[in-house]
Design a protein around this ligand. Structure first.
Ligand code: MG
Length: 350
């Protein structure tokens, strides 16, 4: 029996994870946490808000599924990796913001880190433990979001409702806005760099509107392995929770006849957050943390109607310009960088 602790139980990933756990006799939900919604009775141990590491100490899980929203997920990520507990990571922000601290914790604790982000789950499967020198490059696919094909001038007045209409994936509000701005792909670029140890110049992003190909790993012998499937998060959730096995899921099989695969380069003029993320990742230190913090604040302001769609990138740009990007040696220094970036972004959003 695999003891599962589910953090972020009421979000989109959390609800689909419960479905996967309930369908698998080998998985047992021992603890669940939510940010604010009541979850009494969902698991033997439950917690609403507060320090999630207390809950994890009591739950003694075999696997932590971290589906917390944003930077707040970082302590739970570190908790699992420090202790050698398997981490199924849906909270990409913790790896983006704290990449070096997260990798150091993993090195000390030896915990297995299984990505639950669909693109990274795909790449993890394509790479299949291959040595870095065998890998030529990685490709992350992006749907392009609801505003694909539009130019910058056409995005000045778009509303949260329009941004929340994602063409292929059903997800939470924050990540759906991030998909519309391409900030999500920027976060995923940094996530892939830390997960797979591949330099930024060897990670490409390509727009793929139907979201059937989730990732491609290109190898030095000229072979490129792609991972295909319906855009359904139950696949990467199930993969992580049942790894190294592959359990059955209700997701229908992919029929290739009639399926067309189209790819195009991203428009970095219209969607500058992808370029800002790549710059932040390449500069390293706390720049990725600043990118993430400012983006979290700006997206919230956009959803509240306090900031325009194009203002999200402006807020992130200003926060990056105001930061010295100095490396963080511990969690408190990282929290400091995160807080400073939030203050700058809030100033822009006010
Ligand atoms: Mg993703």
């Amino acid at each position: 029996m695999t003891r599962v602790a589910l953090l972020g139980a009421t979000g989109s990933i959390g609800r689909q994870a419960i479905e996967i756990v309930e369908a698998n006799a080998g998985l047992e939900l021992v603890a669940a946490a939510s940010g604010s919604e009541p979850i009494d009775g969902l698991a033997p141990l439950t917690q609403v808000g507060g320090d999630l590491t207390d809950l994890l100490d009591r739950a003694e899980p075999d696997i932590v599924l971290n589906a917390v929203l944003g930077f707040a997920g970082l302590p739970a990520t570190l908790w699992a990796l420090e202790r050698g507990v398997t981490l199924a990571l849906a909270n990409k922000e913790s790896l983006v913001a704290g990449g070096e601290l997260v990798l150091a914790a993993q090195e000390r604790g030896g915990g297995l880190l299984l990505p639950v982000d669909s693109e990274h789950s795909a790449l993890f499967q394509c790479l299949d433990g291959r040595r870095a020198e065998e890998v030529d490059s990685l490709v992350l696919t992006a749907s392009g979001g609801p505003f694909r094909g539009r130019k910058r001038g056409e995005l000045a007045d778009v509303t949260p409702e329009q941004a929340l209409e994602h063409p292929t994936w059903r997800m939470g509000r924050k990540i759906t806005v991030d998909s519309a701005t391409l900030a999500n792909k920027g976060l995923e670029l940094i996530e892939a760099h830390f997960l797979f140890g591949v330099p930024f110049e060897k990670i490409d992003v390509v727009i793929h509107p139907s979201s059937v190909v989730h990732g491609v790993a290109r190898f030095r012998d000229g072979a490129a392995l792609a991972h295909l499937g319906h855009p359904d998060m139950r696949v990467p959730i199930s993969f992580a929770l049942t790894y190294p096995a592959r359990a059955a899921t209700p997701v229908p099989r992919l029929e290739l006849a009639g399926t067309t695969l189209e790819f195009e380069a991203p428009d970095l003029e219209t969607f500058p957050l992808l370029r800002l993320a790549r710059d932040a990742g390449e500069r390293g230190g706390t720049f990725p943390c600043v990118f993430n913090a400012a983006n979290e604040v700006a997206v919230e302001a956009f959803l509240d109607g306090r900031l325009s769609f194009l203002g999200i990138a402006d807020a992130v740009d200003e926060a990056l310009a105001a930061s010295d990007g100095a490396p963080a040696r511990d969690l408190s220094e990282l929290v400091e960088a995160d807080t400073a970036a939030r203050t700058v972004a809030e100033g822009v959003s006010a």
